[in-house]
Design a protein around this ligand. Structure first.
Ligand code: AGP
Length: 611
């Protein structure tokens, strides 16, 4: 997603440049910086990584104000002309923007008819509108231009008429830090060397001179709420690891402990008489929702449904009496999920957020918030946040169960319960989770990764919750290795996708559910091996359990067509949390073997703040 930076004060150019580097993890395809000094405003732009920007000589310049931007192309190609910052015709007004101006075409043909545009972006209408309205009062011109915009935006503007930095926010995040000077960013990770931060509320605008001034849309002044910088938010370094992805996978046990502690401290407020739970998210967070559904139906015994956020927004969703909405988003800024929440609230649904980022947009529009508190997740591919989202949803299912069924004794014992309805997990079993040995998987993972790296397609299968793990695993592998990877319920193979299995096909089979589900999983594994495929089995059941289905006769001799990655044998409720870990490691290992950077997959962003 696009990143915004602006610094007013000492070291403005370097502050913007370093801030943009801290925003690289969000994903982008070009970058630019504009600098204001005593001679006016000059812009430097480059395609590709921010290191390309350094070659323009921008760091040899200095100025009292600088604004910068990393662009993830939405409107217009990846070209220098479309790279931010964008300017007015007279080059006296410069703007960076994150979001989408929905009415930019109308503005070009109507209010800005006759104005000469150099690029294709929606953003370029902003400085040209300000120029159109400028008659000597910059603040007035800025407000008039903002009033004309429809859509989502985080905007920062500077000009040659004064030494102020102007800003406006609608739906896209914006935060201001105070250090030697003032720093404005779309992401708290851009607030380098700031001691305090102020989160800019939605539908507000303002400017910075020697102080910060914020107003609502009716120019009523808004009080400034400075918050001490959270150390957690700037710990984003690799800690000696080659990539953030492996660092964050290794952090999973600690992250789970942190989530558990966050849950114990939380006071999630639930309405009475819940009879239906709607779970909404995108990508990995949608997969967490699917796990949440399985927990809520199993532990609380009430109907649940999952909808992908971008589908929910435009659906004719029929609200049932007693519906509660749970919205899952690691970043808390995903536009589709935020729009889904707005729709749910219009439908009168009580909204609970599960997120990782304090003060993120989702926390300000939901009725109740649960923080997974896993620390900064920098890698675009979500790993520790996913396992913690799943744990939080499992714990929340227990709260819903108690809220519905349990009185008296259950309240004393936070997470074990003798009513027979709630979670049957004892405290020591959680410790098994918090003490997982991630490194124990590595030798097996490396072996299977060396086979997978040669493939151009991959399949994952599972039954019940293992199918959900297969979906999440497929996303993880495809998004960092670029191998086409698909996931199916084990029982569906014979209904079509078995046609894809041929000699040498590789299928990752997750089998953590016992009883009849294990038997059915073994049947599916046999279907694959008997047709020349090879299964990588991820299970806590003994390897011998699968021998009968992975040894097959190829017409000449008996051959073994399976590899086995053992899981710790935990409470079945906890298995969905541990079964994804070896697949995360496979995704990471294959990506690195292919020479890619798993932290910044092509075309992807960490937080998709546009619909
Ligand atoms: C996960 O690996 C992906 N990067 C992506 O699917 C992500 O989960 C999705 O964009 C939702 O992000 P959020 O959790 O911040 O809302």
């Amino acid at each position: 997603m696009c990143g915004i930076m602006a610094v007013k004060g000492v070291g403005a150019v370097n502050g913007v440049y370093e801030g943009l580097k801290n925003l690289e993890y969000r994903g982008y395809d070009s970058a630019g910086i504009a600098i204001k000094d005593c001679n006016g405003i000059k812009a430097f732009k480059s395609i590709g990584y921010i290191s390309e920007l350094e070659k323009t000589g921008v760091l040899d310049c200095s100025g009292g104000i600088a604004i910068g931007h990393t662009r993830w192309a939405t409107h217009g190609g990846v070209t220098i002309e479309n790279c931010h910052p964008h300017c007015s015709e007279d080059k006296k007004i410069w703007v960076v923007h994150n979001g989408i101006i929905e009415n930019h075409k109308l503005l070009r043909s109507d209010v800005l008819a006759g104005v000469v545009f150099y690029g294709e972006t929606d953003t370029e209408v902003i400085p040209k509108l300000i120029e159109q309205y400028y008659t000597g009062d910059v603040w007035q011109a800025f407000r008039s231009a903002i009033d004309k915009l429809n859509g989502s935006y985080a905007i920062v503007m500077m000009c040659e008429y004064d030494d102020k930095v102007y800003f406006a926010r609608k739906s896209s995040p914006l935060v201001i830090g105070k250090g030697n000077g003032f720093v404005v960013s779309s992401d708290v990770n851009g607030l380098i060397d700031c001691s305090e931060k102020c989160v800019i509320e939605d539908n507000t605008l303002g400017y910075i001179d020697n102080n910060l001034h914020i107003y609502d849309k009716n120019t009523n002044k808004i009080n400034i709420n400075w918050i001490a910088m959270d150390e957690r938010s700037i710990e984003a370094d690799k800690g000696g690891n080659e990539h953030f992805m492996i660092k964050e996978i290794n952090e999973i046990p600690r992250a789970l402990q942190s989530t558990y502690n966050s849950f114990l401290k939380s006071e999630v407020v639930l309405p009475d008489n819940i009879s239906n739970v709607l779970l909404v998210g995108c990508g990995t967070s949608y997969h967490s929702c699917l796990m949440g559904k399985s927990y809520i139906e199993r532990v609380a015994g009430i109907k649940s449904e999952c909808v992908i956020a971008s589908e929910f927004i435009y659906s004719n969703y029929i609200v049932r009496e007693g519906t509660v909405g749970i919205f899952v988003s690691q970043s808390g800024e995903t536009a589709d999920t935020l729009s889904a929440i707005h729709k749910a609230k219009e439908l009168g649904i009580y909204c609970i957020a599960i997120t990782n980022v304090r003060e993120s947009s989702i926390t300000r529009i939901c009725d109740s918030v649960l923080y997974i508190d896993v620390g900064v997740e920098v890698c675009v591919a979500s790993t520790k946040a996913y396992t913690s989202q799943v744990l939080m949803l499992m714990l929340l299912s227990d709260v819903i169960a108690r809220n519905l069924k349990c009185e008296g004794t259950c309240k004393e014992d936070v997470l074990g319960c003798n009513c027979g309805n709630c979670l049957e997990i004892r405290a020591n079993e959680y410790n098994d989770l918090f003490n997982l040995d991630i490194k124990s998987y590595l030798s097996k993972v490396r072996g299977v990764s060396e086979e997978i790296v040669k493939k151009d397609k991959l399949h994952l299968i599972g039954k019940a919750v293992d199918y959900i793990t297969a979906l999440e695993g497929a996303l993880k592998i495809k998004e960092v290795s670029y191998i086409f990877t698909d996931a199916y319920p084990s029982g569906e193979l014979k209904h079509g996708t078995l046609s894809l299995i041929e000699e040498g096909s590789i299928v990752i089979a997750i089998a953590t559910q016992g009883g009849i589900l294990l038997d059915k999983s073994k049947n599916a594994i046999h279907e694959i091996c008997a047709r020349g495929g090879k299964c990588i089995i991820i299970s806590q059941f003994p390897e011998e359990e699968f021998n009968e289905v992975i040894w097959c006769n190829d017409g000449k001799r008996c051959v073994k067509r399976g590899e086995y990655i053992p899981l710790p044998n935990l409470n079945s409720l906890l298995m969905p949390i541990v079964s994804i870990i070896p697949i995360d490691l496979i995704a990471y290992t294959v990506s690195v073997m292919k020479g890619y950077n798993p932290d910044k997959p092509r075309n992807l962003a960490k937080s998709v703040t546009v619909e």
